[in-house]
Design a protein around this ligand. Structure first.
Ligand SMILES: [Zn+2]
Length: 345
């Protein structure tokens, strides 16, 4: 049983910034599933600040939902083979009673709505998982991308232009290699389904027309398994889903390592809340000269005085945004009883 997780969500609908390891999984009887895969993904990356926990929570949520579909597909497939519902048996009896050879230019397809729904939704959610990795890149390298657009082309262009990415060539090689190996064909299938509302590449349990009348079926195991045509080649649909999930784990792990979430990093500093509220703006070359212009007093929670890490509480939505205490002119950080403020002097 794949674990379901309780989602820690704030009342305003925004995702929580709790560490993913604090998320409680329900029915956690086999935690080696998603939990251990997520450990593989984040192996070697240390998330220190609230924004980073939020990003990893969002990635965990997308990955769990994608993994859940693979699990449902496999479970339903096994159930249909070992314990098919009555209508499957009736259908097979009807086929077995047919004595004339069926047309050779068609196939007999046994449609399982559950399986095709799981497969098609899996394509959409695999792309969602790829989308959720991009904000990690933008966060660490001050980028503005939030999705895996144009099969990752925009991300690649951004990395090529960036002056901040340390292992640029290797990171480009990772993405280009994965694109040609599995990402491009995955997104082509997903686009085919999303933009045309059908997926002719996917075939349910099926048998060639000439089998009908020339052989007897005992069950669904006598049919071909559900298949999908990937880049001109027919592959077992379940094996394809398992392969993509395994590739994603490796890809996400390497991608995060290139983003260098190393221990001992300084906190990032943002001048804007995720809701769009602007805390302050830089005038001139601040901090090398120039100054900070405030749009009102800001409530500050000091998280770690030694690391000079704090969070600003947004006056508009109440959400907390990471900040580097050293970014603000010290004269502007005032302590009033137990409340810290960043304020205009
Ligand atoms: Zn806000």
């Amino acid at each position: 049983m794949i674990p379901s997780m309780t989602l820690l969500r704030k009342r305003n609908g925004m995702t929580t910034k709790a560490k993913p390891d604090r998320i409680i999984f329900l029915q956690n009887d086999k935690p080696q599933n998603v939990r251990s895969e997520f450990k593989e993904i984040t192996k070697g990356s240390t998330f220190l600040y609230e924004k980073e926990h939020e990003l990893s929570h969002v990635l965990l949520e997308a990955f769990s939902e994608m993994a859940f579909l693979v699990y449902c597909f496999e479970k339903t497939y096994n159930r249909l083979i070992t314990n098919p519902p009555a209508e499957v048996k009736d259908y097979i009896n009807q086929l077995n009673e047919t004595s004339t050879i069926h047309a050779t230019n068609c196939i007999i397809e046994f449609h399982s709505t559950a399986l095709s729904t799981y497969f098609k939704t899996f394509l959409i959610l695999s792309k969602t998982v790829l989308d959720k990795i991009v904000p990690f890149y933008s966060y660490i390298f001050s980028g503005t991308l939030y999705q895996f657009d144009k099969k990752g082309k925009k991300l690649l262009d951004s990395i090529k232009r960036s002056k901040h990415v340390p292992k640029k060539d290797q990171m480009i090689e990772l993405i280009e290699g994965a694109k040609s190996e599995w990402i491009n064909s995955l997104i082509s299938l997903r686009d085919q389904y999303v933009h045309h509302s059908n997926l002719r590449q996917y075939k349910n349990f099926w048998a060639p027309g000439e089998w009908v009348g020339s052989r007897k079926f005992k069950g669904l195991s006598d049919f071909h398994k559900p298949m999908v045509e990937v880049a001109g080649k027919e592959v077992d649909a379940l094996k394809y889903m398992l392969m993509i999930k395994a590739k994603l784990v490796i890809f996400l792990n390497k991608f995060l390592l290139f983003c260098e979430f190393t221990p001992g990093r300084r906190p990032k500093c943002f001048l804007r809340c995720d809701c769009g509220y602007q805390f302050a703006k830089k005038i001139g070359e601040y901090p090398k000269g120039g100054k900070i212009q405030f749009f009102g007093d800001l409530k500050l929670e000091i998280k770690d005085q030694e690391k000079r890490y704090g969070v600003i509480v947004c006056p508009k939505c109440g959400d907390k945004t990471d900040t580097d205490l050293d970014f603000w002119p010290q004269i502007c950080i005032r302590k009033e009883k137990n409340l810290h403020r960043i304020a205009d002097t």
